[in-house]
Write a protein that binds this ligand. Structure first.
Ligand code: NAP
Length: 335
């Protein structure tokens, strides 16, 4: 059985000299991840689409840790691959290295719309936006690792246990809005599409880790944070009737763990020494213990969780990689 690693914020070592990016660091889990990395002296870029929301998050973090000098705003909209790549390119002009990249931003897309690139929004933002962002930063991540063999470069992709609800990817369906106008079915479709985007996060992690396996000091992993009551459960602008909008929110509110606990699985991957000591790569890290209804009563540690057969299917992950490369190259050439 895989070991459970005990982990608290105190286990994060001093990160002076490290440079980190946290996508979606203005809210929920990302804000806590940015806060704890900055508390340990990493220079943290909050990659987000609203300067006002980042300014508010930085003010909250300053209140918690006493300083905001390690926190910076990186304008990043994952809605299109071109804008995500543009933000990453801008970063490469600002900094000469990148030690920690947390691809955390995400949404449970509630509107039956396509992204400007023409993809359903869960796939477009949670997967393709991050694919464009991470791939554009990849040369800098590699350079950081290769130039200094003592460096420990970490890439963490925030996924979710809900990937288990995904079916085999139907590539035709990626460019379609919701099929039904019938509310109960819309909810099922919404959950299915979110689950599929989280399966894509796992496939992306597996393929990326494989492609980086010759660079020993790069650690690529994916995470499930646990069930955490955050803005992601705000379905108030969805096409669902009121009572359905609230089901997810109540479930998370009742069964979820506090956001500080939810951030720990990512922080373990992004900063813990255990990742290096045990050479943890290409793993799906999970918080322990799991309580009823997918919730967690408390947080005690992190463990690498076995993927389902679909999650571990390398033919499917390769297919997604090739699809994403084509989509990115077409998005960039149209721009
Ligand atoms: N909460 C849970 O129970 C749970 C469980 C499993 C996995 N997760 C995953 O954890 C991650 C963080 O979610 P959270 O729970 O912390 O929710 P959250 O508070 O809603 O945070 C989501 C973040 O993603 C950002 N984002 C959304 N669309 C974006 C876009 N187009 N471009 C750039 N940033 C965008 C949001 O920015 P804005 O503020 O600008 O919207 C926000 O900062 C997600 O990937 C989610 O799938 C959460």
């Amino acid at each position: 059985m895989a070991p459970t690693y005990q982990f608290t914020f105190d286990d994060i070592p001093d990160l002076s000299g490290k440079i980190a990016i946290v996508t979606g660091g203005n809210s929920g889990l990302g804000e806590v991840i940015a806060r704890e990395l900055a508390r340990k002296n990493a220079k943290v870029y909050i990659a987000a689409r609203s300067q006002a929301r980042v300014t508010a998050a930085i003010a909250r973090i300053k209140q918690a840790i006493g300083t905001d000098e390690n926190l910076h705003y990186l304008e990043t909209d994952l809605e299109t691959m071109a804008s995500a790549a543009q933000s990453a390119t801008y970063f490469t002009k600002l900094e000469t290295k990148l030690d920690i990249l947390v691809a955390n931003a995400g949404l449970g897309a509630i509107k039956s719309e396509l992204t400007p690139d023409g993809y359903e929004r869960n796939f477009g933002i949670n997967h393709l936006g991050h694919f464009a962002f991470v791939m554009t930063l990849l040369p800098l991540l590699k350079l950081t690792a290769v130039q200094d063999p003592t460096s420990e470069v970490r890439i963490v992709i925030q996924s979710s246990q809900s990937y288990q609800q995904a079916c085999l990817i139907d590539y035709e369906d990626l460019t379609k809005t919701y099929k039904s106008i019938w509310h109960p079915l819309t909810l099922r479709e919404m959950l299915g599409r979110y689950a599929r985007s989280k399966l894509c996060n796992i496939y992306f992690m597996l393929e990326l880790a494989d492609r980086l396996k010759d660079i020993p000091n790069i650690y690529v992993n994916a995470t499930h944070p646990g069930l955490v009551y955050t803005h992601i459960f705000d379905l108030s602008t969805s096409p669902l009737p009121y009572y359905m909008q609230r089901i997810g929110e109540w479930h998370a509110w009742l069964c979820g763990i506090p956001v500080d606990h939810g951030a720990k699985t990512v922080l373990f991957c992004a900063a813990s020494k255990q990742i290096i000591d045990d050479d943890l790569k290409a793993k799906f890290l999970y918080p322990a213990p799991q309580g009823p209804f997918g919730g967690f009563v408390y947080f005690s540690g992190v463990y690498p969780r076995e993927l389902t057969a679909l999650g571990a299917n390398r033919d499917e992950s390769k297919k997604l990689w090739e699809f994403s490369e084509r989509a990115l190259s077409s998005a960039l050439s149209n721009n």
